[in-house]
Design a protein around this ligand. Structure first.
Ligand SMILES: [Zn+2]
Length: 426
């Protein structure tokens, strides 16, 4: 397969120029001004970006246990449609991914049904209860790429330090959902004027900041590679910035919603604006943008969290947290980061592909010859309107329904196979 005439952006080789990409079998076979040889299939990529396949390192696929919300099949179909060639899935399923059996189940099901690569993230503690360590070693053997109790941060400091020690022995990434529940339990939106006005219980920013602060102290001692999930608060950005300046192996990620929406939007009582961490203040949003700009926050993720309508239609306080994101992330990051000149395309692709691959230690994130042919073709100028009803995800819970956007995955290629082709594109 020859991908001809696109703007090839590969942060792993610092490439940003018009080139051809030749794929033979499952691998990248050549990259050049005019890649030689004949091809069975020639794809005209003029006007498009040709990038290493996008990797979303924070996704909830809901299988096993919540197949009414999403399955590995539907979640990865949504991922492919969003331009992702790989996703890392979080362990808060039922049963949770807390032993080798569940990791193997996810990998086996993915082999049979997935449209993208799937990298399971194992739970740090049994039942994600934060009390007893899970079988981390066995899960590493079974194929877990990282560890997290996402949805809950580990409250017990001793358990957290032991978990960090264990994860660092295997040189895996420790991902924390930073939330001190003694400060946030029962909350449903950010603590601030809007919550006070609406009379709703709040999840204050300090609940995130305080756990990140404790964890950075622990991580320094444990020597673990530590990653803050879905940063939302200005204080967290500053903590991560200082830790990185000290040279600690600390990284962070942010979702589009925390770069585009603020807490006032919860005043509509629409539970599609209810998520955890919650939408925060304009100052927090600016701090997150600044964190992305200066490299403090190096990964862009979705926290794709499908929920069924019947649950989201409960009142704002009763509805579950979370929004879907796989099919909308690319244009939303374009709006939040490219349009506002926070990032250029090469840095954005690094944050959506190369860096997640490096942190997780998985293939991809590069177009180097002989590497897996995971490639995303992007039409950076395509204008379209987000339509929740047309999603491949099983769920519809997005606050971005009806938004006019720019930028679209034109084609998603996994291991040399076209897994998605946008109908609106040529
Ligand atoms: Zn989380």
């Amino acid at each position: 397969m020859l991908i001809r005439g696109g703007r090839v952006i590969d942060p792993s080789q610092e490439i940003d120029e018009q080139m051809d990409v030749l794929i033979v079998g499952e691998k990248i076979a050549g990259l050049g001004r005019e890649a030689a040889g004949s091809a069975d299939e020639v794809i005209d990529a003029s006007g498009w970006l040709v990038t290493p396949g996008l990797i979303d390192m924070h996704v909830h696929l809901r299988e096993p246990g919540y197949e009414d919300k999403e399955t590995i099949e539907t979640g990865t179909a949504a991922a492919a449609a969003g331009g992702f060639t790989a996703v890392a899935c979080m362990p808060n399923t039922e049963p949770p991914l807390h032993s080798d059996a569940e990791i193997e189940f996810v990998l086996r099901t993915a082999d049979l049904t997935a449209q993208t690569r799937v990298y399971p993230i194992g739970a740090l503690t049994k039942n994600r209860a934060g009390k007893e360590l899970a079988e981390i070693g066995l899960m590493v053997k079974a194929g877990a790429v990282a560890f997290s109790d996402d949805g809950d941060g580990i409250a017990d400091t001793g358990v957290c330090l032991r978990a960090m020690g264990y994860v660092s022995q295997f040189d895996r990434l420790f991902i924390q959902h930073c939330e001190d529940k003694s400060l946030s339990r029962g909350g449903c939106m950010n603590a601030g004027l809007t919550a006070t006005r609406l009379g709703l219980p709040a999840l204050p920013a300090i609940a995130e900041v305080i756990m990140a602060q404790r964890d950075l102290t622990l991580a320094r001692q444990a020597g673990v590679r530590y990653h803050v999930a879905h940063v939302s608060a200005a204080g967290t950005v500053e903590l991560v910035r200082r830790a990185r300046q000290e040279g600690l192996p600390v990284s962070a990620e942010v979702c589009p919603q925390h770069l585009l929406l603020t807490e006032e939007m919860c005043a509509r009582y629409d539970a599609n604006f209810k998520m955890n961490p919650p939408l925060r203040s304009p100052d927090d949003l600016q701090a997150c943008l600044e964190g992305v700009r200066d490299g403090t926050i190096g990964c862009l993720v979705t926290d794709h969290a499908p929920q069924v309508n019947s649950e989201k239609e409960l009142g704002f306080q009763e509805a579950p947290f979370g929004i879907i994101g796989l099919e909308t992330a690319l244009p939303l990051f374009v709006r939040a980061l490219i349009d506002s000149e926070v990032l250029d395309w090469p840095r954005m692709i690094a944050a959506m592909s190369t860096r997640p691959a490096q942190l997780l230690g998985v293939p991809g994130g590069t177009l180097k010859v002989d590497q897996a042919a995971d490639v995303t073709l992007i039409d950076p100028e395509a204008e379209w309107t987000i339509d929740a009803e047309r999603m491949r995800s099983k769920s519809r819970n997005t606050p971005f329904d009806g938004w006019p956007v720019r930028g679209q995955a034109a084609m998603t290629i996994v291991g040399g196979e076209i897994r998605y082709r946008c109908e609106q594109q040529r």
